[in-house]
Write a protein that binds this ligand. Structure first.
Ligand code: GLA
Length: 377
């Protein structure tokens, strides 16, 4: 991929430039908790977006996407936004950097990626983090700290792409470290690396390859539900709520908001349980919590779908230790913690059964926990 990017860059823009890359992410547990001030437990993966970039001495950005086979050109002022959605991610990163007092000047870029799109692996965060990291390195002597780089990506989603996401994806893409998951407290922003090399187990993603239309942007709606409940309780986020608090206001909120909050409050504790279990080498508890998260995301938070519930059922039948829908939901992958000796049977069964029911096989990705945003040597 990197050779292709360099060749394409040379052909379009001439020699030179520097290559930057940033990764997609997985999340072991802690879903829809980031914007609730809770805990998440992600890691960067060996699938990334890479870009060859070079300053061009103008105030114009010229960029080509190999995967979409599309070219865009835009200025750096607020009124110069490009139309193409993919280019808005890059424009947003430039604008958010400038808004924070950072420097961005015109550049030429060619990029490509191998983060599967729509699989819940945060290809958009990888793209944002790649360019945020590059702008910091090229124009700002790396003075913008890494948390701010993650926030630049997050604000890009909020202000230029219409998704009121939390900080998890961009955080993971920027801070990722080989063989380590990271537990981030999204209220204090303190985090800790957890070496993650489970002996005798594999972590594997099973991609349903379905992406349900996000009519009425259900992601933002989930967030609004949580915010309504927090406001009712007079707290900033659901991080500070316990089940007793929720019970107290049950009659005053809608049934739907109650269910959303119930899930979030449960999920907060599950992340902590998983961290403790990992430290004790207790993978059964890790797996149990993963199944509980799936049930919560499916029945209470309602961000699963038939295909993902089916994959979860198959995992259970095959004796997989832990399995759950991963990421924002409404399609995408399940993440599965599988004993080595059960792996082949699980994958074969999932492929056959899914194919029988939906007419196509799911895709399978083995997870390799890798480094986050960086400059290629
Ligand atoms: C998406 C968002 C994240 C997070 C997850 C759900 O990936 O971008 O901020 O909320 O959904 O955990």
């Amino acid at each position: 991929m990197k050779e292709r990017i360099k060749a394409e860059f040379a052909q379009r823009f001439g020699e030179g430039g520097t290559m930057y890359a940033s990764a997609g992410r997985i999340n072991l547990i802690g879903e829809h908790t980031d914007y609730n001030g809770g805990f998440v437990f992600p890691g960067a993966i060996d699938k990334c977006i890479a870009a060859q970039i070079k300053e061009n001495g103008t105030e114009t950005v010229r960029v080509y996407s190999i995967d979409i086979d599309d070219y865009a050109e835009f200025g750096l002022t607020e009124d110069a936004a490009p139309k193409a959605q993919w280019a808005r991610y890059i424009f947003g990163v430039c604008r958010e950097t400038i808004k924070r007092g950072g420097v961005v000047r015109g550049f030429d870029a060619v990029f490509a990626g191998n983060v599967p799109l729509g699989a819940g692996l945060s290809s958009s965060a990888a793209l944002e983090s790649c360019f945020a990291f590059a702008m910091n390195d090229m124009y700002n002597d790396n003075k913008i700290d890494k948390f701010e780089l993650a926030r630049i990506g997050q604000s890009t989603e909020h202000n230029y792409c219409g998704v009121n996401c939390g900080i998890m994806d961009q955080f993971a893409s920027v801070f990722g470290k080989k063989n380590c998951l990271m537990r981030l407290d999204c209220r204090s922003m303190e985090f800790q690396y957890f070496p993650f090399e489970p002996k005798g187990y594999k972590l594997v993603l099973v991609d349903s390859v379905v992406k349900h239309e996000l009519v009425d942007s259900p992601y933002n709606k989930r967030r609004e539900s949580c915010e309504r409940v927090a406001a009712k309780l007079g707290i900033e986020t659901l991080r500070d709520a316990e089940m007793e608090d929720l019970e107290r206001i049950k009659a005053e909120i809608s049934e739907e908001d109650y269910m959303r909050a119930e899930y979030v409050i449960g999920e907060k504790q599950r992340v902590l349980d998983v961290c403790a279990a990992l430290e004790a080498g207790d993978y059964d508890t890790v797996g149990e919590r993963m199944y509980q998260t799936h049930a919560g995301m499916s029945k209470l938070y309602e961000v699963s779908c038939e295909e993902l519930d089916y994959l979860n059922d198959i995992a259970k039948e095959c004796g997989v230790t832990g399995s759950r829908i991963m990421g924002g939901g409404f399609g995408g992958c399940t993440i599965n913690l599988v004993k080595d000796e059960l792996y082949d049977n699980f994958i074969a069964t999932a492929k056959a059964k899914f194919n029988e029911k939906y007419g196509h096989e799911p895709k399978v990705y083995d997870v390799i926990i890798s480094d986050g945003a960086h400059k290629e040597e």
